[in-house]
Write a protein that binds this ligand. Structure first.
Ligand code: CP
Ligand code: NVA
Length: 330
């Protein structure tokens, strides 16, 4: 039987129906169970995929590589300096060349428009591994993780704290709307999601019986939340000189034990990672030296605490990216 999503690109969640997203989450759970049981699932033996990364990555790259290898495929990784793309060859030409050699193309980079062009000119499925605007593969992992910990998704309350206009927050708003999860963006007015996306998501949420809410009030954001989610304050590709401004704006939105105490009793803490929850990174240490703060978007005690599911979430990147590839490959 041909998979219902065979031949489709995976560029943004707005392109998929709630049923299709649920299908991908179910497929991920199935592939995860097979992996845990040691059951081989080399469904794509003899195929090859290419990974184009214009930004750095740990989880997404490794998830695509391990997922592809588990499915029996070969993998080529091209880092920012290693291909002709951009400098000497257009995206359009790159897409047509890679389509002649590979069965699928992953892209992580800057403007969403770029991955959309890549897909337009490619004759094989293209997967978005993160752009400035969206991070759709992260969402399948996040929704699987929430379902594993809290059961059904529909009717839950998820609040994103901090830079509510970044790729992860945008994609969470769409994912929640599509799956009937009540979404709250909790941050300063300067960092709220774009009005047109809020409007689109509000309409989708209404159809699904859920809500989209924006608030600057941290207590309001935390009260009754089942999922408290945050991400770094300055995303890849943003200039270093905005740190001071972001710290000023976003420090009140750090996820702390006090915030967790306002949430639902069974609440979980989530983060796409990487996270600045201590000073054990170069950037974390620099920020501590310059601004005197030792933890940024989340308190170390929450990150390391019993409600944190961040490493389950990270593991699920692999099972879910494998599902996205399996479902869309021809
Ligand atoms: N969450 C995520 O996309 O992680 P990487 O940047 O390590 O891929
Ligand atoms: N918002 C972050 C997500 C990293 C996975 C970034 O774009 O850097």
């Amino acid at each position: 039987m041909t998979a219902p999503l065979a031949g489709r690109d995976f560029l943004k969640l707005l392109d998929f129906s709630p049923e299709e997203i649920t299908y991908l989450i179910d497929l991920s759970a199935d592939l995860k169970a097979k992996k845990k049981a040691g059951e081989p699932h080399r469904y794509h033996e003899g195929k090859n995929i290419v990974l184009l990364f214009e930004k750095t990555s740990t989880r997404t790259r490794c998830a695509f590589e391990v997922g592809a290898m588990d499915l029996g495929m070969g993998v080529t990784y091209l880092d920012p300096g290693a291909s002709q793309m951009g400098k000497k060859e257009s995206i359009e030409d790159t897409a047509r060349v890679l389509s002649r050699m590979y069965d699928g193309i992953e892209y992580r980079g800057f403007a969403q428009e770029k991955v959309e062009t890549l897909a337009e000119y490619s004759s094989v499925p293209v997967w978005n591994g993160l752009t400035t605007e969206a991070h759709p593969t992260q969402m399948i992992a996040d929704m699987l993780t929430i379902r594993e910990h809290l059961g059904e998704l529909r009717g839950l309350n998820l609040t994103f704290f901090g830079d509510a206009q970044n790729n992860v927050a945008n994609s969470l708003m769409v994912a929640c709307a599509k799956l009937g999860v009540n979404f709250t963006a909790c941050g300063p007015k300067e960092q709220m999601p774009e009005a047109s996306l809020v409007e689109t998501c509000t309409q989708i949420a209404q159809e699904q019986g859920s809500t989209v809410r924006l608030t600057e009030d941290v207590a309001e954001g935390a009260r009754g939340a089942h999922v408290l989610y945050t991400d770094i304050w300055v995303s890849m590709g943003e200039p270093d000189d905005i740190w001071a401004e972001r710290i000023r704006l976003l420090e009140p939105y750090r996820v702390t034990e006090e915030l967790m105490a306002l949430a639902a009793p069974n609440a979980i803490f989530m983060h796409c990672l990487p996270s600045f929850h201590d000073t054990k990174t170069t950037v974390g240490a620099e920020i501590a030296a310059m601004f005197g703060i030792e933890e940024m978007e989340v308190a170390d005690s929450v990150f390391e605490g019993p409600q944190s599911v961040v490493f389950d979430e990270a593991e699920n990147r692999m099972h879910t990216i494998k599902a996205v590839m399996h479902a869309t490959l021809l």
